[in-house]
Design a protein around this ligand. Structure first.
Ligand code: GLU
Length: 508
């Protein structure tokens, strides 16, 4: 029987979670749910120099907004905790020492200055990429070159040391990545990575492998940027004599223009958020997030799911549960996925339209200080939602449903306000006032009848009606708008509008 599926999202609290990170968490979550497995969150905070206060809280809050809820993790607990690496600090040293016992690792006493001197010297000799490896380690200060007494003394004296991987020479490391297929890397291209640091903390590599093993992680699903670390991880599993989890390295998210990796700067440059929720820096700068911009988390997640995966059908709208149902790793692409801000808006529009008017009215009432009745809000939602992207647009785009226009679309005036316009609209206002029942279809019937009698086409008359009542060149059905506003208000707006537009024309 195969092992139960256990996957983890393992962010480092070095800053806010980029949307690429959210996608990694999402794919892990989908994979776990699809396979009746467990989704775990683990905070990898062993690099204390890069720790950013507030980042961990940010990450957990952002994931919870997205509905990506772990079954085990820092605030939830679980049988494999603690789930924050700094709280597991004592776990790692014995493992590093075990590797030394098995001749897979060694103590290194070189100071930062020693290493810099070595690098400089190598550079002067025409070798710009000096590495601590199977060749160079022989001329460094470590437990392979120093006598065992010297090593013992140094450790007893409290001299600072690191523990380094004793990378074997000239071995092909192979593993079968679930997305990329076979990956083969020769160890001559790998250096003797530090596994345990002089500050008493493990490095990412050691902590990651030890924890994945101890937490019985079955699949490591993470970003492509970790692919170069995977051969070292495979060797570490081998060195410990542990089974290796399966690996799946996800494609990069690419900028909308060009081919580079999507970065925070692209968001600033092209005007879209790269973070799920607002991120406030310690200097008080705020980077925008999807949540605060008015996106529904469902739309955001749906969009992210499609960055690097597709269901193999034409269906594009998926709830989180439907994504769980449809998701498989074999439909994740190898090639980088281009982020498309317009498509993101499209998803948001589709999600907005799926809400019924009552629901949207409730959201509007909650998110604005509007004093309109629920009934009015419901009608305006019905009228405006097809054209809106965010729920707030409904109020701003539909402001004319509550107040007379203050401005009149210059383009419509230029194109449609001909000599006959004033008389035609004056007459229409009178006709409109005489309509018996002021519902959209009666208004429409009267309007058609009126323009037919006057011998003008709808393309000439309807934009004038709209311009005077709403100030706009485009919008939802004029007959529905008119019915919502009521007969007197409409007639009055038409007359008021004629005056204003005539004045504008005279001023030209
Ligand atoms: N802590 C790493 C990160 O910040 C995790 C990489 C992994 O999933 O192995 O992304």
């Amino acid at each position: 029987m195969s092992k139960p599926v256990r996957v983890r999202f393992a962010p480092s609290p070095t800053g806010p979670l980029h949307m690429g990170g959210v996608r990694t968490a999402l794919y892990n979550y989908l994979f776990a749910k699809k396979n009746n497995g467990t989704f775990v969150i683990r905070i990898e905070d062993t690099d204390q120099t890069r720790f950013v206060p507030g980042a961990q809280e940010y990450i957990l809050d952002a994931l919870s907004w997205c509905g990506i809820m772990p079954a085990e993790g820092p605030s939830i607990g679980g049988d494999y905790g603690p789930y924050i690496q700094s709280e597991r600090k004592e776990t790692y040293r014995p493992y590093a020492e075990l590797l030394i016992e098995h001749d897979k690792a060694y103590y290194a006493f070189d100071s930062a200055d020693d290493l810099t001197a070595m690098r400089d010297q190598a550079k002067q000799m025409g070798m710009p990429n000096w590495q601590y490896n199977g060749v160079t380690r022989l001329s460094m200060k470590n437990s392979l070159t120093l006598s065992s007494d010297d090593v013992k003394n140094r450790i007893e004296n409290g001299d600072p040391y690191t523990i380094r991987m004793k990378m074997p020479r000239n071995i092909d490391v192979r593993f079968n990545d679930e997305i990329r297929g076979w990956v083969v890397v020769n160890t001559n291209n790998l250096d003797d990575k530090v596994l345990f640091k002089s500050d008493g903390m493990p490095t990412y590599h050691l902590a990651n492998v030890v924890d994945d093993h101890c937490m019985e992680i079955s699949h490591v699903i993470r970003g492509e940027e970790w692919l170069p670390s995977a051969p070292l991880h495979v060797l570490l599993y081998e060195a410990f004599g542990w089974d290796c989890p399966k690996f799946a390295h996800l494609p990069l998210l690419l900028k909308p223009d060009g081919n580079g990796k999507l970065s925070k700067r692209d968001g600033d440059r092209l005007g879209f958020p790269v973070f799920p929720t607002n991120w406030k820096t310690s200097d008080g700068d705020v980077f925008p997030g999807y949540r605060e911009q008015g996106y529904y988390s469902g739309a955001f997640i749906n969009m992210l799911a499609f960055l690097g995966w597709n269901p193999g059908t034409t269906q594009e709208l998926f709830s989180l549960d439907e994504l769980v149902e449809a998701f498989t790793l074999d439909r994740v692409a190898k090639a980088g996925a281009k982020f498309d801000p317009d498509k993101t808006k499209w998803f948001q529009q589709q999600y907005l339209r799926k809400h019924d008017n009552k629901d949207l009215a409730k959201q509007l009432a909650e998110s604005s200080d509007s004093t309109y009745s629920h009934e009015s809000l419901e009608t305006i939602c019905g009228l405006m939602k097809e054209r809106a992207t965010f729920v707030q647009d409904i109020l701003s785009d539909g402001a004319y449903l509550f107040q007379k226009p203050i401005e009149y679309d210059p383009k419509t005036i230029r194109k449609k306000w001909k000599d006959h316009a004033k008389d035609l609209m004056e007459e229409w206002s009178a006709v409109l006032k005489s309509i018996d029942s002021f519902d959209p279809s009666s208004i429409e019937a009267s309007f058609k009848d009126f323009i037919e009698k006057k011998g003008v086409g709808p393309g000439a008359a309807l934009p004038l009606f709209r311009l005077l009542v709403t100030g706009k060149g485009m919008g939802p059905s004029m007959f529905e708008i008119a019915s919502f506003l009521g007969q007197d208000e409409c007639a009055e707006r038409i007359l008021h509008g004629i005056n204003s537009v005539q004045k504008l024309k005279e001023g030209e």
